[in-house]
Ligand binder design. Structure first.
Ligand SMILES: [Zn+2]
Length: 237
């Protein structure tokens, strides 16, 4: 009889839309599963800014990819509801989050308004008990991170911490996930300052505004999980 070869346990294969967190990361994010939902896609372009050739569906995917890479480096397993330019129905996005047993669900969007001077950060939550705290924490970090630098291309940054707000949104996208679920309307694509920032970043490949949004959401998630650990420890005392 052959000597049994010791078997190293291999982790179960992940869905192709998921990336496993880096080993040994020391971060409040480590070991958590984050579901990212790049808004829109395919025939649903979301908000468009034709003057600058910008499409919400393309920018949200870019933000989600950057955010995924950051979170994975910090030890979180990250699943995206879409990896390419396709339109996934809202219900399917939410069900996917449950199938992957996510700890949080973050849907990424950009806003628009007919008055191009309007620009502020928003987060939307569905159920107060389930989602509100995550919406508050993400709003705080987004407003803080996105309000810098003070000026860009000679114009002052329109995003201010004072105008940031969160609101309730009654949508299956937030209702169906069994985990805390939030929709982020990071900035207004209809504002010329924002549009220029995205367009310039695409042109010189820095994608700096997308990077900034990804970094802000990462900071928010880090804080959210740090808080929930602190909360668990409080309860044990
Ligand atoms: Zn949207």
């Amino acid at each position: 009889m052959a000597t049994p070869v010791p078997v190293t346990p291999t982790p179960a294969p992940l869905d192709e839309r998921c990336a496993r967190g880096a080993d040994g990361a020391q971060s409040p994010l480590a070991g958590h599963t984050v579901i990212l939902d790049p808004g829109h896609g395919g025939d649903d372009l979301g908000t468009v800014n034709l003057e600058f050739g910008l499409f919400e569906s393309e920018i949200t995917l870019s933000i989600a990819e950057r955010l995924r890479d950051r979170l994975v480096a910090s030890g979180a397993t990250v699943c995206l509801t879409r990896l390419v330019d396709v339109n996934v129905p809202l219900e399917e996005r939410a069900r996917f989050a449950n199938q992957q047993d996510g700890d949080v669900f973050v849907s990424i969007h950009l806003n628009r308004y007919e008055d191009p001077r309007v620009d502020h950060t928003m987060t939307m939550w569905g159920e107060e008990e389930k989602d509100l705290r995550l919406a508050e924490v993400l709003l705080e970090t987004l407003a803080a991170e996105l309000s810098t630098p003070e000026s860009y291309a000679g114009a002052p940054n329109p995003i201010s911490q004072e105008t940031a707000r969160h609101e309730r949104l009654d949508s299956i996208l937030l209702r169906l996930p069994e985990m805390p679920a939030v929709l982020v309307e990071a900035v207004f694509l209809s504002h010329p300052w924002e549009a220029r920032a995205f367009a310039d970043g695409q042109e010189d490949s820095t994608r700096w505004r997308e990077e900034q949004i990804a970094r802000a959401i990462e900071a928010g998630l880090r804080q959210y999980f740090a808080e929930s650990v602190a909360g668990d420890e409080d309860r044990e005392e």
